[in-house]
Design a protein around this ligand. Structure first.
Ligand SMILES: CC(C)(COP(=O)(O)OP(=O)(O)OC[C@H]1O[C@@H](n2cnc3c(N)ncnc32)[C@H](O)[C@@H]1OP(=O)(O)O)[C@@H](O)C(=O)NCCC(=O)NCCS
Length: 172
């Protein structure tokens, strides 16, 4: 298995996998992020088999962290592994690769809204105790709102997160 940044040729397979493993609106989200100024092509990864098929996908893109200043930070969403290939390490490999790439770019942190029993094994921790609040009006359990601190993180990275409007598609 190989992890590499996505290319245009992967888009159809990514759409299929995200729609099958997560929801059709998550597949739509990928397309919308790509069309937006929040897209980071070098931080959107596919896991592929030696002979080519896409097995899994992980996208990191930019969201706002708003306090007295607005900082753009990384958010992990969506992520999906082909249903027939889940629980075989694909997701873990993608996450570790994505975190390593973010670290290499001196990013301070990665946010995720996700499974509270999955992400902590990669160093994610609840974000609210660090002063990183979910968007206004979101009522979500504290344990699913997580952050992975990276090397350049400081306590200045706090405030309320604001997702760009393209994320509204996931809340329909
Ligand atoms: C969640 C997901 C990305 C994990 O990828 P994966 O390749 O199956 O995961 P890995 O093989 O690396 O890791 C397996 C571990 O993930 C855990 N896991 C898988 N799905 C999980 C879920 N829905 N909730 C909590 N933990 C989960 C398993 O407990 C397993 O741990 P174990 O080995 O201790 O039993 C994948 O299962 C998936 O695409 N699920 C559907 C879409 C989704 O939920 N996306 C994430 C939204 S936050």
């Amino acid at each position: 298995m190989l992890i590499r940044p996505e290319t245009l040729e992967d888009y159809a397979a990514i759409r299929r996998i995200v729609a099958a493993a997560a929801r059709p609106q998550d597949a739509r989200l990928v397309d919308l992020i790509r069309e937006s100024d929040r897209y980071l092509p070098d931080l959107s990864f596919v896991a592929v088999d030696e002979d080519g098929p896409v097995l899994g996908y992980l996208m990191l893109s930019r969201v706002d962290l708003v306090s007295d200043v607005t900082r753009q930070v990384l958010c992990l969403a969506p992520m999906a592994v082909a249903p027939t290939r889940q629980r075989a390490g694909v997701g873990s490999t993608l996450i570790r690769h994505g975190l390593g790439a973010a670290e290499a770019q001196d990013e301070p942190l990665v946010l995720v809204l996700g499974h509270a029993t999955y992400y902590p094994r990669f160093g994610f921790e609840p974000a609210r105790p660090l002063g990183i609040e979910p968007p206004n009006g979101w009522t979500i359990p504290d344990e699913v709102w997580m952050v992975r601190r990276l090397g350049t993180y400081t306590a200045e990275y706090r405030g309320r997160v604001r997702y760009p409007p393209v994320f509204d598609v996931t809340r329909a």
